[in-house]
Design a protein around this ligand. Structure first.
Ligand SMILES: *[C@@H]1O[C@H](CO)[C@@H](O)[C@H](O)[C@H]1NC(C)=O
Length: 248
């Protein structure tokens, strides 16, 4: 049932994006630049997040749920670990924990944070040691980062399109993140030796920070890059005047 609803929403979205004339998708409405502006933008984002994160193909807005990740390889500290065919799931179910759109001033900024559980699916290959314990294996991986919060802060620039209309653009975005806990589920460790796999996985999960110190930076970087790209693609299609009223 859920997938039917999703499909209907998706098809509705496809036919309502008004991509050609630079209008907001029908599920979003314009916000007026006055008191309560941030609240209005927040409502629009919250409302459209489940759809927006699926991507808007005809606007060139990439999917952010899942985010398809480049291969990740960590070599060093006595441990080699790689992920291929990796994808990050869950952004559409994250909640907005912070939103500030400071516009109309000399320097315009955009500050957004979201929080939720994100899970990585991939083929993994691991060889080396976690602290003292040897670990080796390859197979399917499911890595779940619980209650991860990502905060993106960016300056906003204005870019003119070929019709002379102004568009917003996120430039030089910064980000930070925090993870409450990570759970690794690595299938086929030690060639399928279940006893050894169980002990080692338990140890890995107790010492998850050790692994995530190396793993999360390249992953989060890619997630932020994709999110920024999606937002900028959207901005590049919809002029400011179609998103915000009362703004020069
Ligand atoms: C990790 O990879 C490096 C370079 O490919 C290699 O020299 C090293 O022996 C590997 N270490 C382990 C523990 O597999």
């Amino acid at each position: 049932m859920q997938s039917v609803i999703n499909l209907v929403l998706f098809v509705t979205l496809l036919y309502n994006t008004n991509a050609e004339n630079g209008q907001l998708p029908s599920y979003m409405k314009k916000c007026e630049l006055k008191d309560g502006f941030d609240e209005c933008v927040k409502t629009q984002i919250e409302k459209s997040l489940p759809l927006f994160t699926k991507g808007i193909p005809e606007l060139g807005v990439p999917s952010t749920d899942p985010v398809i990740l480049d291969d990740i390889a960590i070599n060093g500290n006595g441990l080699n670990l790689s992920f291929t065919n990796a994808a990050m799931h869950g952004l559409s179910k994250c909640r907005l924990t912070q939103l500030k759109v400071d516009i109309g001033n000399e320097e315009e900024v955009f500050d957004l944070a979201f929080k939720g559980d994100l899970s990585l699916t991939a083929k993994y290959n691991i060889d080396g040691r976690i602290l003292i314990l040897p670990i080796v294996g390859d197979g399917d991986a499911l890595v779940t980062a619980q209650n991860i919060e990502v905060n993106i802060q960016s300056k906003l620039a204005h870019v003119k399109d070929n019709k002379g209309q102004n568009h917003l653009k996120l430039v030089t975005p910064n980000y930070k993140y925090d993870i409450q806990r990570t759970i690794f589920d690595l299938k086929n460790l030690f060639n399928g030796n279940k006893e050894l796999a169980k002990t080692t996985l338990t140890f890995a999960n107790e010492n998850w920070r050790q692994l995530m110190d190396d793993l999360s930076p390249p992953i989060i970087k890619q997630i932020v890059r994709t999110v920024v790209k999606a937002i900028n693609k959207f901005f590049s299609k919809v002029p400011i005047s179609n998103m915000i009223s009362g703004y020069n």
